[in-house]
Design a protein around this ligand. Structure first.
Ligand SMILES: *Cc1c(COP(=O)(O)O)cnc(C)c1O
Length: 346
C-alpha cells in the first residue's frame, strides 16, 4: 500500500471543497429559501440563469432531482420520453421517470450516447389513442456512458426542428455541460437555446459539495419549483451549500480544460500499454474508457490491484475500466497514475 494520497479517478463526483470554497460557504449570508429569502441561493439562481442564457433558474439538491422535476413539469402520466438507451436518466436515476412521472421511455441507440433528428422522427408516436403520447426529448451533453462525448450544435438544431414540428419539449441533461463548453469553445447559450429546460451539476467537475440547477423560462421554473417541494427538495438555509456552487461557477469552469488535457495524456499513455485498447479520438473531455485483453485478466481484478497501489479506477464491464479526471487530480498525480499503470500492466 502506497503512503501517498490515493489518486481517485473513479468519478468527478469525488471532489472535495477547497479551503477557499469552504470559506465562502462558512461566510455565506443565508435565509429561509422556502420563503425565497436566502440571498445566496437567489444570487446563485440569477447567476445560473445568466450563465445558461435563460430567464430563470432554480437550485436543487441533486442532478437526479433536477432532471426529474424537469420531466415531471413537462409531461403527463402515460406520456413517452425520447432518450438515448445509455442515458443517465435511464440507467442511474432509480427508474424515476416511471416512478415519479408515470412516463415510459422510448430508447434510442447511437454511437457514444449521440443520436440524430432522423432517429427522433422515427421514434415520435402517431397521434392515436393506442400509443403513448410523445412529449419530451432528452439530450445528455457531455454524455457520461458515451465516454464524456460531445454533441454538435448542428445535430441539436436538427432535433429541435423535429421537436417543433410535433410540439415536443426538449430537456438538456447538462450535468457536464460546462465540460462541453470548455472543450468546444461554444458558449453555454449556443447549446441551451434549443432547449426548454437545462440542468447542470455543481458537484461534478466544478467541485462543489452539493447541488444542481435547472434553467428555463420563468414559467417553466415556477412549475419546477412546485415539484421540487413535492419531491422533498425544498431547503431552508441552503445558502451554505449554494455558496459552494457560486464559488464553483466563478472559479472552476475555465480550469476544466486541465482535466481534459489530463484525460488525454492518461489515454495516450494507456494506448501504448500492452493488452489495452482505447479509442483516443473518443476521449474528448474528462472521461476515459479502456478495454483489457483477456491476457490482462478481468477489469475488477486490475482495479483491485491498482487500488492497493493508490490508483482508484472503476470496472464498468467485465473487461472495461473507467477513469475520470477532475480538480482534485493534478498533472503530477496523472504522471504517478501512469507509472503505476505501466508497472501493473507490464
Ligand atoms: C451525475 C449525473 C447526473 C446527476 O446525478 P446526481 O448524483 O443525482 O447528482 C445527471 N446526469 C448525468 C449525465 C450525470 O453524470
Amino acid at each position: 500500500m502506497s503512503n501517498a494520497k490515493p489518486i481517485d479517478l473513479r468519478s468527478d463526483t469525488v471532489t472535495r471543497p477547497s479551503p477557499e470554497m469552504r470559506r465562502a460557504m462558512a461566510e455565506a449570508e443565508v435565509g429561509d429559501d422556502i420563503f425565497g429569502d436566502d440571498p445566496t441561493v437567489n444570487r446563485l439562481q440569477e447567476e445560473v440563469a445568466r450563465l445558461l442564457g435563460k430567464e430563470a433558474a432554480i437550485y436543487l439538491p441533486s442532478g437526479s432531482m433536477a432532471n426529474q422535476t424537469a420531466i415531471r413539469s413537462q409531461t403527463q402520466p402515460g406520456d413517452e420520453i425520447i432518450v438515448h438507451g445509455e442515458s443517465h436518466i435511464y440507467h442511474y436515476e432509480g427508474g424515476a421517470p416511471a416512478g415519479l412521472s408515470g412516463c415510459s421511455l422510448r430508447l434510442l441507440s447511437g454511437q457514444r450516447g449521440l443520436f440524430d433528428a432522423a432517429a427522433v422522427r422515427a421514434a415520435v408516436r402517431p397521434t392515436d389513442s393506442h400509443f403513448p403520447q410523445s412529449a419530451l426529448i432528452i439530450v445528455e451533453n457531455t454524455h457520461n456512458r458515451g465516454g464524456g462525448s460531445l454533441w454538435s450544435i448542428e445535430a441539436i438544431a436538427e432535433i429541435r426542428k423535429v421537436a417543433d414540428e410535433f410540439a415536443l419539449k426538449m430537456h438538456l441533461d447538462g450535468a457536464r455541460l460546462m465540460n462541453a463548453c470548455v472543450a468546444t469553445g461554444h458558449s453555454p447559450p449556443q447549446y441551451t437555446r434549443y432547449f426548454d429546460t437545462v440542468s447542470m451539476c455543481f458537484s461534478k467537475g466544478l467541485g462543489a459539495p452539493v447541488g444542481s440547477a435547472v434553467a428555463g423560462s420563468a414559467q417553466a421554473i415556477r412549475r419546477i419549483h412546485r415539484y421540487r417541494k413535492m419531491f422533498g427538495g425544498g431547503m431552508r438555509q441552503a445558502g451554505i451549500i449554494a455558496a459552494g456552487a457560486l464559488y464553483a461557477i466563478e472559479h472552476n469552469i475555465e480550469r476544466l480544460a486541465q482535466d481534459h488535457a489530463n484525460a488525454k495524456r492518461l489515454a495516450t499513455a494507456l494506448a501504448a500499454m500492452p493488452g489495452v485498447s482505447i479509442d483516443l479520438d473518443a476521449v474528448e473531455t474528462n472521461i476515459v474508457f479502456f478495454d483489457l485483453s483477456e491476457t490482462q485478466g478481468e477489469a475488477k481484478a486490475l482495479c483491485d490491484t491498482l487500488h492497493e497501489r493508490g490508483v482508484w479506477v472503476l470496472p464498468v464491464g467485465p473487461q472495461r475500466v473507467r477513469a475520470v479526471t477532475h480538480l482534485d487530480v493534478s498533472s503530477d498525480d496523472i504522471d504517478r497514475a501512469i507509472a503505476v499503470l505501466r508497472t501493473v500492466l507490464a
